[in-house]
Design a protein around this ligand. Structure first.
Ligand SMILES: N[C@@H](CCC(=O)N[C@@H](CS)C(=O)NCC(=O)O)C(=O)O
Length: 218
């Protein structure tokens, strides 16, 4: 019996955040249940808020919110993706990088992804004013990130942490929506991105996603 079950939706950036964390931690003893909403498959009843992803431990422990799941898994299975609790400065820098990702990157990037990607599937028109605002916020964010990454190899210091993984799915979505220049147009950000996506475990998940997307289109 697998250690736990992870419920998610096909093509969801939030599910991918957790899958990338598990891959980078080298953990494979879990069951992945991906629901395809576009094919009319039903959300599992057990999921609070009906959102993905959601994590179920056999003893009844349930967790949702992708970043909380990632952090819990990294702690539970000792993935080398978090600073040690004993290094209070490193933990503070991690917390700072984590808030920065959620508030100043994921917020506007999520809006672009929703307007340009999700709405296409829903047959809804894109709100260009929302996209323009979000683009402006992201440009400012990546200008700051460029300066930070000229000093540090990764977002929370010189080691890859969960925070770097948190960025990957939504950046992939930005590339898919034609906004790759946020990354490729900035030298240090682009070098950081290469360091992240060229890790073997990350490459494996991204390649598998590409295959799934191609198979879904056929
Ligand atoms: N902040 C949440 C976001 C979860 C979320 O919004 N998931 C989307 C899919 S990417 C969802 O479940 N949408 C279906 C719905 O809202 O009914 C997380 O990080 O897990």
């Amino acid at each position: 019996m697998p250690a736990f079950t992870l419920y998610g939706f096909h093509g969801s950036t939030n599910s991918d955040r957790v899958r990338l964390t598990l891959a980078e931690g080298g953990f494979t003893d879990y069951e992945l249940v991906l629901v395809n909403l576009h094919k009319g498959e039903q959300k599992p009843q057990t999921k609070p808020l009906g959102k993905d992803p959601c994590y179920h431990f056999p003893e009844g422990f349930t967790l949702y919110e992708s970043r909380a799941i990632c952090k819990y898994l990294a702690k539970k299975y000792s993935f080398p993706l978090l600073p040690p609790d004993s290094d209070v400065e490193a933990v503070a820098l991690f917390d700072q990088a984590q808030s920065t990702e959620t508030l100043y990157f994921a917020e506007p990037a999520g809006k672009i992804a929703f307007e340009k990607f999700v709405k296409r599937f829903l047959g809804l028109p894109c709100n260009d004013a929302v996209v323009s605002d979000a683009v402006r916020s992201i440009e400012v964010f990546f200008d700051v990130a460029e300066r930070l990454l000229q000093q540090n190899e990764y977002m929370a210091g010189n080691n890859l942490t969960l925070v770097d993984i948190y960025y990957i799915p939504l950046i992939q979505r930005l590339f898919a929506c034609g906004y790759g220049d946020f990354i490729l147009g900035r030298e240090a950000v682009s070098a950081w991105w290469d360091r992240c996506v060229n890790r073997p475990a990350i490459r494996r998940i991204l390649a598998a996603n590409k295959e799934t997307t191609a198979a879904t289109k056929n």
